[in-house]
Design a protein around this ligand. Structure first.
Ligand SMILES: [Zn+2]
Length: 321
């Protein structure tokens, strides 16, 4: 039996149950929040996270993978509070969420020094706690796979090889980042079964998607509600076609929902919703709208749901054990 780490301690992987594999309990800039803590309302953030997670639990979700590492405001104590209040198992990650920038700390140290910190989070615990990270996170976006981004990818890969923890890589299909990200991981010797290319569902270019799938990786169809990247009907049509082509065992479905996020002033977020660029974004959208729509068109069976929300997250998380 494989054991996986949650922020409240290890559990048997078969107890993960129904999983939302890519969500965020809270997104903050680490540096801004450390310097101007009075600009943040921690009680309101906790309340928003608890409300979102409870709503997911009402739909049968037992575990949420929180995809926020350094630079996304990772805070293990906050995650533990949400887990305790909701009874939902929260799984934390380690890594660096950057599209290029790295602190001097990492600029002047090599890949292995970076990997060593990630390994420490996985083997010893996060932020002085004994709660361990269970997966690794890195990102490539509009800037592409820059030298700094490549450094993080190689560090994540080496930490994965050392610990068996799988990798979730934020990608940007519009910038064609996925293939190069996979290439780096494979060059480092990572098993494709331990690799998840997140945000692949931001495109409906089936050739691009199948090229990724041909390498053996998992793909994240994980930004439901973020219409600015791809509207829901096109996301659904893509998932439906991939199901028809037999890829149920390779897809992870989620919302990339952020219960709170400090990236934008509040009125800007309201503007995005007003313009329809963000629509019904939540931790329950896939259960409330996506799965019913896919069932209605005959693309999705109960067996698919079990594969996608129970088996795939477990297989990916425990692939290295
Ligand atoms: Zn995310």
């Amino acid at each position: 039996m494989a054991t996986v780490e949650t922020v409240e301690g290890p559990i048997d992987s078969t107890d993960l149950g129904t999983v939302l594999p890519h969500e965020h309990l809270r997104v903050r800039d680490d540096a801004v929040a450390a310097q101007w803590p009075d600009r943040y309302d921690e009680d309101a953030e906790l309340e928003a996270a608890v409300e979102a997670v409870r709503a997911a639990a009402d739909r049968g979700v037992r575990t949420i993978f929180d995809a926020g590492p350094m630079f996304a405001g990772r805070n293990v104590e906050f995650m533990q509070r949400v887990a305790k209040k909701t009874g939902v198992q929260i799984v934390a990650c380690t890594g660096i969420y950057t599209y290029d920038y790295l602190p001097h700390y990492f600029e002047n140290r090599d890949v292995d020094a970076m990997a060593e910190l990630f390994v420490s989070d996985i083997e010893h615990g996060i932020q002085g706690s004994d709660a361990k990270a269970a997966f690794l996170k890195c990102a490539a976006d509009a800037a592409g796979v820059t030298d700094n981004v490549e450094k993080v990818h190689r560090a994540v890969a080496r930490a994965s090889l050392k610990t068996g923890a799988p990798i979730m890589a934020h990608s940007r299909p519009a910038s064609n980042t996925g293939p190069r990200q996979v290439e780096i991981f494979l060059e480092e010797g990572v098993d494709p079964a331990s690799i998840q290319i997140a945000h692949t569902g931001d495109t409906d270019d089936l050739d691009y998607i199948e090229r990724l799938l041909d390498t053996g990786v998992f793909i994240g169809m994980d930004r439901y509600g973020l219409e600015m990247f791809l509207p829901m009907d096109r996301r659904n049509a893509t998932v439906a076609e991939l199901l028809r082509r037999g890829y149920a065992d390779r897809m992870l479905i989620s919302q990339d929902f952020c219960a709170t996020i400090d990236w934008f002033p509040e009125e800007a977020v309201e503007g995005l919703v007003g313009q329809g660029l963000v629509r019904d974004w939540s931790m329950t959208l896939v259960f409330d709208q996506v799965l019913p729509a896919l069932r209605e068109e005959g693309a999705l069976s109960d067996e698919h749901v079990g594969t996608i929300f129970v088996d795939n997250p477990r297989r990916w998380l425990a692939a290295g054990q």
